[in-house]
Unconditional design. Structure first.
Length: 215
């Protein structure tokens, strides 16, 4: 496969992954927010017809529904584009990792983020976040009990260059080999290189895979 063909394949993969995310987000909206908004609308209709029978408990129940609806909208907007992304890439990365920390309590995370970060174009920050997210999805098994795994993530600035380091320790050599030879990882590398004019270095040693992204 030529370099041009590889880049084309990588960008097709990247586009497909992002399209799937948008599709799943739309499904969550249809199954969640739209259903919730319909329930709230029907509740308001009942209030208009029979507001004299509304108790304190009933009022609290409606307030709770509105609060839940608002919270869901906040989560939706943050998933589409994190609030802090224009101000702080480190905080955006920490926000991205929060679901991983809560859904994988047995997976050891060490996150090393700088207190200060340079001004980063929003489009670059979004690509960095998506690259990190895709890497974790590809490099970690689909398991709720990742007791023997550890993840180290560090963001730092080297001169005028940004660096994101991701190191994952595996429990055995077979798991390491499987998750280091996925063709999607090469697609990820070429997507990063093309979209952000960056480069990626990969190391494998002592049951640990290390990715170093530079831009």
């Amino acid at each position: 496969m030529t370099s041009e063909e590889m880049i084309q394949k990588a960008l097709q993969w990247w586009s497909y992954r992002q399209s799937i995310k948008l599709f799943l987000e739309a499904e969550r909206i249809r199954d969640g927010l739209l259903q919730e908004s319909f329930i709230i609308r029907r509740s308001l209709d009942v209030l208009m017809i029979d507001n004299l029978s509304l108790s304190i408990d009933g009022i609290q129940e409606h307030i709770k529904k509105v609060d839940n609806f608002h919270h869901s909208l906040v989560q939706l907007s943050d998933r589409l584009c994190p609030t802090l992304i224009q101000d702080s890439l480190p905080l955006s990365i920490e926000y991205l990792l929060e679901p991983w920390l809560s859904s994988h309590p047995h997976l050891y995370f060490h996150i090393d983020m700088p207190d200060y970060w340079r001004h980063e174009p929003t489009e670059y920050s979004l690509i960095i976040l998506r690259i990190l997210e895709e890497l974790l999805i590809l490099a970690l098994p689909e398991s709720e009990l990742l007791i023997a795994f550890s993840v180290y993530i560090k963001l730092r600035q080297i001169g005028n260059m940004g660096q994101l380091v991701v190191k994952i320790s595996y429990p055995d050599i077979s798991t390491l080999i499987f998750h280091s030879q996925l063709p999607e990882l090469e697609y990820l590398y070429h997507s990063f290189k093309f979209l952000i004019s960056g480069k990626c270095l990969y190391y494998k040693r002592n049951l640990r895979s290390s990715w170093h992204f530079y831009w």
